[in-house]
Write a protein that binds this ligand. Sequence first.
Ligand code: NI
Length: 221
Amino acid sequence: MTTPLAAPVVHIDDARFKVTEWRFATGAETGWHVHGHDYVIVPLTDGVLGLEEPGGIRREAPLTQGVPYSRRVGVSHNVINATGAPMAFLEVEVVDDAAAHRRHDVLLRFVAAWNARDVDGLMACMAADCAFHSSAGPDAQGTRHQGREAVRASYAAMFDTFPQAAWTADSHHVAGDTGVSEWRFTGTDKAGKSVDVQGCDIFRFEGDLIALKDSYRKARS
Ligand code: NI
């Protein structure tokens, strides 16, 4: 006798979310699958999940109607209805990871352009309407450079001020419309003074491009 398969009913399938209702007859299973996205499960019934996991692991987990749980991309398993009665849950997948990957790539190109002293490359990462808030300056935000021409001029001035400069030990993270890049800046200015500090940028994205670069640097004493 073959095991019945759980029946998926797709309620939402757009650029950001996929919402699938999974209906399990008694004993039904999803079959083995790997989750390609972060997801939330919202049980529509009470029940017991039988879970087959890599390495021959077999375990059970309770489902409580209306009590959600979340999992990250990459989960691999077969899900079986071990309830002894029909059960169902909603699976809510965040499917716009692709946008996060594109934004992450922009942050990698951005730091590479800094290290290449490539102002055009930097501006190619910036949105049409963009701003740069530098670490130092008279305002609570540092110094605010608003608009492409002001941002370009401030980036060019940075290369002018530091004939030698490098951004190393960098790491980049994207969450929603916000990005963070950590780095260590080492440079020598025109007067021959050396700087070696850690810092970070907090970015605001517009589409795939940077609408705001908000910079922070350690102040050594
Ligand atoms: Ni699953």
